[in-house]
Design a protein around this ligand. Sequence first.
Ligand code: PMT
Length: 410
Amino acid sequence: MSTLTDKHIVLGVTGSIAAYKSAELVRRLREAGATVRVIMTAAATAFITPLTLQALSGHPVRQKLMDPEAEAAMSHIELARWADAILVAPASADFLARLAHGLADDLLATVCLASQAPILVAPAMNRVMWESAATVENCATLRRRGAVILGPGEGEQACGELGFGRMLDADVLAAQVATYFGDAELGGVRVLITAGPTREALDPVRYLSNRSSGKMGYALAAAAAAAGASVTLVSGPVNLPAPRAVDRIEVQSAEQMFNAVMALAPECDIFVGVAAVADYRPVHPAANKLKKKNEEMHIVLEPTADILAAVAALSQAPFTVGFAAETDHVSAYARSKLRDKRLRMIVANRVGEGLGFDADDNALEVIWDGGEQQLARAPKSRLAEDLISIIAERYHAESSTEDSGSAHRA
Ligand code: PMT
């Protein structure tokens, strides 16, 4: 197992019969080198005593938000800052709902809200609760914001049912936390992603744009951060919050996106262009609001610079991945973009039928020199996780080939 030496873990324990496994979990995390401070919700204390977790962690167990004595020793904000990671195990359905909705109605939820550390949750609940639409949506929201969901496992449950909902065993969870820090798929890798549309001004109040919502690019940024990467997201105007642990730079126009990306690209290892960048912009945007006249209006457009091609053409180009949104000949057009823009990988998506632009679902065809993989229709947050795994695998495969002296740049 990878080491957790010097890592500060806040372990949140919520109300579930699986709370008895938290005692073993504290031991496993400490064996791996972590310092563990435990926060219990009121419901958790019905299943396991604070004294047990205090004895095993070597620190007083925090339970209440309004506790003058405990706050004097280490305030909840200090605790939130102290954490390198917050692991909630077991995470009940109720806690996942409160976390997804940003509630701060007890100490654990408040520390999660006040911390910038990664949040890992190990759900534990009856299988019907796990499969309920509310829990599925809450987990999708959490994933989108960058939380890592560990499990749950499948098997016989305390309630006698069979199915998914069991909290993963303590040694598996401790190993997964260690993996997150040590051997995460993209641990230590710098990833730069563009997302959303751009706006090309016609005058001070009008612009040319497109229907990109940013959902695909934001999901990818969240998945890359969850895979351990240090992520910068250059985003066009969208109505989405920045995913957890992602550095967001907001831009409006293709030119601003180009400048932001080109300043950052030499310092990144992987670049993924998910943004729907305008291909053309008005040559002469009006300084004042255009007035309506009873005659045809002609707007002269000029091409914008191609950000993806410019990144791929850098002398020390990062592993460059493009997206291609097509209505027809999806695979053929994507392959020609892979070749023409000299990319390492292209991700094709068909638009329409509830997929692609401004949709919650997508279906992807991932193509690289010598291989391809289909990702069937699924929510963008789920697809993003699979796509990040493919990108990580190809990136590492190419890096090791280059290290061994047979570098190949497409
Ligand atoms: O944002 P969502 O609503 O979730 O929708 C997601 C998406 C459909 C926008 C996304 O999955 C997608 O396919 N993005 C690429 C959209 C597109 O139209 O690409 P394109 O064929 O115009 O460009 C191909 C590639 O070149 C893209 O990686 C694009 O970012 C890049 N490009 C294009 C023009 C330009 N001036 N600079 C670029 O970098």
